[in-house]
Design a binder for this molecule. Sequence first.
Ligand SMILES: Cc1cc2nc3c(=O)[nH]c(=O)nc-3n(C[C@H](O)[C@H](O)[C@H](O)COP(=O)(O)O)c2cc1C
Length: 216
Amino acid sequence: MHVVMINGSPRIEKYSNTDKIISSFGKGLLERGASFERYAISERRSWDAIREAYIKNEEILIALPLFVECVPGLLLEFLETLPKKDDRTRLSFILQSGFAEGSQLRCGERFLEKLPEYLGVCYGGCLVKGDNFGIRLLDAAGQEKATKPYRAMGALFAEGDGFFRTEAKKFTGPEYFPLPLRVLMQMVFKTIAKKRFQQAAASWGCDTPLDAKAWE
Ligand SMILES: Cc1cc2nc3c(=O)[nH]c(=O)nc-3n(C[C@H](O)[C@H](O)[C@H](O)COP(=O)(O)O)c2cc1C
């Protein structure tokens, strides 16, 4: 199996969490004798090369971050440049996000489920997982540890069943956190986190409250 992996984040690769996830997933592919080539849409100059790879290959995997509950705008713009192909091509997705509950990625997943049909290709499933805010802030060892679970998913994908196996479904983790944890998190976000966000904004020159409703 040869996989074309496309990073669908607008963030440049050096700072992209998706980039680190792709690296780990790629190790899993190699472990099982598969090969891959990788691209990133953040580099607009490479769009022609990415499109060419999409056209020439039959196993395509787009890894993307959740942006405001759905797909980053830059990725949509790139997708609009792709030609229609036939169902010999399989399109799969890795959808990853900051917040950890699986439930909040489901809207994005529903969109991705429909996308292959628009492009005329078949759907290889979507690997869904959150809790990835901090990957890019870790040192190399920390990044390796945080993304290690994706390596196992790369090895699983190389077996050919896309992301339809039970292991891939379980990979998401909890759909919702237990109620006491949700209450605790709400309290943290309304107090400590709110203060920290305001401080960070102030350090960037923002002097209005972050919850100001300018439209009122
Ligand atoms: C503009 C923007 C919107 C985001 N929206 C969400 C969101 O709705 N839910 C979520 O869990 N994470 C959200 N995130 C967090 C990213 O999904 C997360 O940090 C991801 O790992 C970023 O991957 P990247 O560095 O490859 O872009 C958002 C991040 C940005 C910059």
